[in-house]
Design a protein around this ligand. Structure first.
Ligand code: A2P
Length: 273
């Protein structure tokens, strides 16, 4: 009697541009981050984004622009995402598990890069919500501390829990031996972190824009108000926030730059599904 031997099916990627998920962490019911393998050929500048996604029901890839949250030296890629229950992509992406595949088009682009800014003394990173992602990359890039005397990251979220990803990342940077050498310890640190919340009690309440207008940000941090001589800025948040910050920065005399035309500030919209 003949027996049929089951043949091992080799594991081959089933998606075009497939990468494999290596870590998933849920921060709140609205936020999660994940890591995946990095294509060997992918080079990018800290702050850039790529198109990532899943295969859609129609057999066509469903892709969205996501900032790479990991630094360019990291052997894996990291992404920080919102979960929208009826969002075409994030309603599915939030269920990613280790070993799953995602589609990643290896063509990084974006304006939140050091090349788009003229040299300066101090750099401000202004983020709301998941707009923290490109700064998670830039804050882990040694060039950020080599180029500037002072690095200030502000993060405004509705609730305290939404600050956790950023707060943990900053903590990790302060404990990292190599980065620590560039940044300096404690009150000599080049890196300043300024979180605020708008809908839950925390040590610093209110929108960053309001705290800039009132001057509180500058007195709290003990720095001069923003000037085109000293200060550079990168902005990433929701649309209304981006527009408001732009107006403020223009008011201080800063001009919007681009890759091909570096100036004093750059802006990019945070991803919303
Ligand atoms: P607020 O709670 O006052 O709307 P979201 O989760 O909706 O993207 O918002 C993230 C954070 O950005 C919230 O704390 C929100 O504050 C804040 N925000 C929204 N619009 C603006 C704006 N025009 N200027 C400054 N902060 C803003």
């Amino acid at each position: 009697e003949a027996t049929v031997t089951e043949q091992a099916i080799p594991k081959v990627p089933t998606l075009p541009d497939a990468q494999t998920v290596t870590h998933v962490k849920h921060w709140t019911d609205r936020l999660f981050s994940f890591r995946c393998t990095r294509p060997a050929s992918l080079r990018f500048r800290s702050g850039e984004f790529v198109m990532i996604g899943l295969m859609g029901d129609t057999g066509r890839p469903l892709l969205r622009a996501y900032s790479i949250a990991s630094p360019s030296w990291d052997e894996e890629l990291e992404f920080y995402s919102i979960k929208v229950q009826d969002g075409p992509l994030t309603s599915r992406l939030q269920h990613l598990a280790v070993g799953d595949e995602i589609i990643l088009r290896p063509k990084p682009v974006g304006t939140l890069v050091h090349d788009a800014l003229l040299p300066g003394k101090r750099i401000w990173f202004f983020a709301t919500g998941t707009g923290f992602a490109p700064f998670a990359s830039l804050l882990r890039d040694p060039q950020t501390y080599e180029d500037y005397d002072e690095v200030i990251i502000t993060h405004t979220c509705r609730e305290v829990g939404e600050l956790a990803y950023g707060a943990e990342l900053i903590d990790g940077i302060r404990k990292d031996e190599l980065l620590n050498e560039l940044i300096g310890a404690d009150n000599l640190s080049k890196l300043r972190y300024y979180p605020t919340t708008t809908r839950e009690e925390s040590p610093r309440m209110g929108r960053i824009t309001d705290r800039m207008r009132s001057g509180e940000v500058f007195t709290d941090l003990g720095v001069e108000p923003i000037s085109p001589e000293n200060d550079r800025a990168m902005v990433c948040g929701n649309l209304a926030f981006n527009l408001e910050i732009k107006e403020l920065l223009e008011g201080y005399g800063l001009r919007e730059g681009a890759n091909s035309d570096p100036k004093e500030y750059v802006v990019e919209k945070a991803f919303v599904d």
